[in-house]
Design a protein around this ligand. Structure first.
Ligand SMILES: Nc1ncnc2c1ncn2[C@@H]1O[C@H](COP(=O)(O)OP(=O)(O)OP(=O)(O)O)[C@@H](O)[C@H]1O
Ligand SMILES: [Mg+2]
Length: 238
């Protein structure tokens, strides 16, 4: 079943069409990978879906509801959450407190409920240094806090914008394991990622963006053999 759909989605910044007619279907409880070269429009697409910016044209349908003109907080309430490519935790707060803030504002819980939710999320994330201040955390733990803040709004769909960036290979494996465990809990997950090994390991399906358009989609095994993808993206990496 399709949980989120975009129809002819367009975002122009002046003369540049960063997202240029994207028709995207995201299935319930899949892990969808979005890949593409720098500047392909991946983050812009997530910004459009999460409501940080509004489309120039086109529709976004979530759970059967048109949301393209709804403000971000309504989309959060409906069940859409995302992480940011540049993590931005609240400095001076602990890991746990950052997630509590996510629950207070994202899920509009009272303090007691928010603390209970944050505690549960720290367990799910296996966040051991939850009482450490943000500036004492490892990159992996910072990424977990970012995911924890998103989970605190109790989403149905979670967009992860390059959460693996900056992780070493051991941490990357831990993160892959974590994302798979979130899928088992019923979440639909969209992973934006540059590292092909991660996409191969993690995703059920992949779409490839180039210059704001979907140029290929399907199973990783097929997509990575697509000549259009090789010339647009994989070739560039080599
Ligand atoms: N607010 C903005 N104003 C003007 N141009 C923008 C804005 N946001 C993005 N762009 C442009 O839109 C294009 C797509 O950018 P976007 O950040 O979506 O790419 P991306 O696929 O996420 O790239 P990366 O892999 O580097 O994160 C780029 O050319 C970028 O410079
Ligand atoms: Mg990006």
């Amino acid at each position: 079943m399709v949980i989120l759909k975009t129809i002819n989605l367009v975002k122009r910044f002046g003369g540049l069409a960063a997202v240029n007619g994207v028709d995207l279907d995201i299935n319930e409880n899949e892990i969808l990978g979005i890949i593409g070269p720098n500047g392909a429009g991946k983050t812009t697409l997530v910004n459009l879906i999460s409501g940080l910016i509004y489309p120039t044209q086109g529709e976004i349908v979530f759970d059967g509801i048109n949301i393209e003109s709804k403000p971000a907080y309504i989309r959060t309430k409906l069940g859409i959450a995302r992480t940011f490519q540049l993590v931005r935790p609240i400095q001076g707060f602990t890991a746990f407190e950052n997630i509590v803030v996510g629950a207070l504002f994202g899920a509009k819980e009272n303090l007691k409920q928010a603390r209970d939710s944050a505690s549960e999320i720290c367990d799910i994330l296996e966040l051991k240094r939850r009482d450490f201040p943000i500036d004492k955390l490892t990159v992996l733990d910072l990424k977990k806090v970012e995911i924890g803040r998103a989970l605190a709004s109790k989403p149905k769909i979670l967009f992860l914008d390059e959460v693996m960036a900056g992780l070493n290979s051991d941490e990357t494996w831990q993160m892959i394991h974590l994302v798979k465990s979130l899928k088992k809990r019923g979440l639909t997950i969209v992973v934006i990622e540059h590292v092909m090994g991660v996409i191969k390991e993690l995703t059920d399906r992949v779409i490839v963006l180039e210059s704001g358009k979907i140029i290929s989609q399907g199973l990783y095994e097929n997509v990575c053999k697509d000549p259009k993808v090789i010339s647009a993206y994989l070739g560039e990496e080599d």
